[in-house]
Every structure is written in structure tokens, then in C-alpha cells.
Ligand binder design. Structure first.
Ligand code: GUN
Length: 292
């Protein structure tokens, strides 16, 4: 069994990006600039955005964090997005999700300039992804593809089962794994909360990608021998004995599933750090595309 080490791989990617930034600096070129809008005070979202901003500093990018109160109206947020769209110094930006309930998420994602949409959430970019055109691939699916590629995990002709149909992970992942090329060329089944007999489906899978947010959902008896298991779930479980007051756990019963799997991602240290590395990669791509 091989652990797909997202932490080590993401560090390698960040070093590669740093080298690109150093070349830009040596040529007196503008370095990539990522902005992140966060609305409200959700602890997990703040942690994610802080680590995105910190990672920008590490690779030599410029970064801007825009904090807006939880009472922000949709109009105010759309105005801020327009500002970032028009600010030529900013190469890419993200609006951290979820948004407070007074704001229509779809309207917000539609307002982001597709050329600056480094999350790849705009319908134009999502459509371009489905059509194999140049785009920004959403960071988490992009990170999973990158892990599969760097560890040379065979995907062609394999049966990939995706669990969860979120717009951020499950849905794009199901498209990407079925595309032509590597990693791809899989036969894909997309399962979700209304799927019947899910064990019957997962136990036929060569590759399982879980993105549910249900701790320990995927048990050993649901997985065949030598399956590849990718765990996208990250749930905070309250625990007073931990320094932060919680610990992180995935969708996979790691202890038992890892005994059967050929490759498996840990939580933490698997898909999570890859997401941030690929957001940086998309921001670098955005800079390169703006430069022409
Ligand atoms: N919330 C959870 N994951 C993500 C992500 O990748 N991007 C944004 N903007 N919000 C998220």
C-alpha cells in the first residue's frame, strides 16, 4: 500500500511555483496576485483563506484578503467583485464558499470574470472543462488529478466511483476522470445520497473518490482489494483534549480501508494541501495568460 502524500507533493509543487516566480522577478516582471473575498466569520472558512494567503507569501505571490461582515448584502458583494474584475493588478480571485444565506451564490459566481476565476466555478469555465478546452480546473479536483499523475496511478479503463455530487468536487471530478487522456479515460459512476445499494457499486470500483463530509462513511467491506482510495472529506470533530479543540477526519475508515487499498490519501495531509497548491498553480496560469 502506498500513501498518496499530498503534503509532500504540495510542497514540491510550491517549490516549482517559487522557481517560476523567481524567474519573473529576475526579468522585472509583475508577479502573480491572488485576492480572496471572505464574507462572515466561519472558523473553517477563515482557516482555509488564511492558509491560502499564507501560501501566496511563501511562493512569492502578492495577495489581498478582503474581509466582509456576515451582514453583507448581495449588492455590496457584487460591487466588490466588480472592483476586483476591473483591477488589472489582480490576476485571479476567489469568493470563499459557503456564503451567508441572504446572498445568491450562483449570482455571485456568475459575476466573477472567467479570466480571473481561479476557482474554476464560473459556468463558462465549468463548460470549457467539460469540453476539454483551456480553463481553470477547480482546485480540489485539479489536486486529485495531480496526485494521480505524480504517483503514476493507472486510470485508463478503470472503473472510478465518485461519492458526492457537489459542484466543487464530485461533479467536476466525475467529468475529469472520464475525459480523454491521463489521468482520465476512466469509466465513471457518480453516486450520491439517493443512490441505492452503494456498497454494491463501490465494491466494484478500481478507484473511489469520496467527497461527502461524513466521517468514516467508507468502510473496508465497501472496498475491493487493491482499490485506489481518495478521501476528500474533511470534518472537524470536537475534542477538548486537542490544542485547537477539534481534530480533522475524513470520509474513509482509514485504519481498515488502508489494509485493502493499493493507494490511499490520508486526512489530514492528503487532498487538503493539494487544493491550496493547485489554487496557486491556477493563479500562476492566470498571470501567464494575462501576460499573453
Ligand atoms: N469552500 C470549500 N472549498 C472551496 C474552494 O475550493 N473554493 C472556494 N472559493 N470556497 C470553498
Amino acid at each position: 500500500m502506498t500513501i498518496l502524500d499530498g503534503k509532500a507533493t504540495s510542497e514540491k509543487i510550491k517549490l516549482e511555483i517559487t522557481e517560476e516566480v523567481n524567474k519573473m522577478k529576475a526579468n522585472n516582471e509583475k508577479v502573480p496576485h491572488l485576492a480572496a473575498i471572505i464574507v462572515g466569520n466561519d472558523g473553517a472558512s477563515l482557516t482555509y483563506v488564511n492558509s491560502k494567503v499564507k501560501s501566496c507569501e511563501r511562493v512569492g505571490f502578492e495577495s489581498t484578503m478582503v474581509r466582509m461582515p456576515s451582514t453583507t448584502s448581495e449588492t455590496e458583494l457584487l460591487k466588490k467583485i466588480k472592483e476586483l474584475n476591473e483591477n488589472s493588478d489582480i490576476d485571479g480571485f476567489i469568493v470563499q464558499l459557503p456564503l451567508p444565506k441572504q446572498i445568491d451564490t450562483q449570482k455571485v459566481l456568475m459575476a466573477v470574470d472567467p479570466d480571473k476565476d481561479v476557482d474554476g466555478f464560473h459556468p463558462t469555465n465549468f463548460g470549457r472543462m467539460a469540453l476539454d478546452m483551456t480553463t481553470f480546473i477547480p482546485a480540489t479536483p485539479f489536486g486529485i488529478l495531480e496526485l494521480l499523475e505524480r504517483y503514476e496511478v493507472e486510470t485508463s479503463g478503470k472503473h472510478t466511483v465518485v461519492i458526492g455530487r457537489s459542484h466543487i468536487v464530485g461533479r467536476p471530478m466525475s467529468i475529469l476522470m472520464g475525459r480523454k487522456g491521463f489521468p482520465g479515460n476512466s469509466t465513471v459512476t457518480l453516486t450520491h445520497s439517493r443512490t441505492k445499494n452503494i456498497t454494491q457499486i463501490t465494491s466494484q470500483a478500481d478507484i473511489i473518490i469520496t467527497a461527502l463530509g461524513v466521517p468514516g462513511f467508507l468502510k473496508a467491506e465497501m472496498v475491493k482489494d487493491d482499490a485506489v482510495v481518495i478521501d476528500v472529506g474533511i470534518t472537524r470533530v470536537p475534542d477538548e483534549t486537542k490544542k485547537r479543540g477539534y481534530y480533522l477526519t475524513g470520509d474513509v475508515d482509514f485504519e481498515n480501508v488502508s489494509k485493502k487499498a493499493s493507494f490511499i490519501t490520508p486526512v489530514p495531509g492528503g487532498v487538503g494541501p493539494m487544493t491550496i497548491a493547485m489554487l496557486l498553480k491556477n493563479t500562476l496560469l492566470a498571470r501567464e495568460r494575462h501576460r499573453g
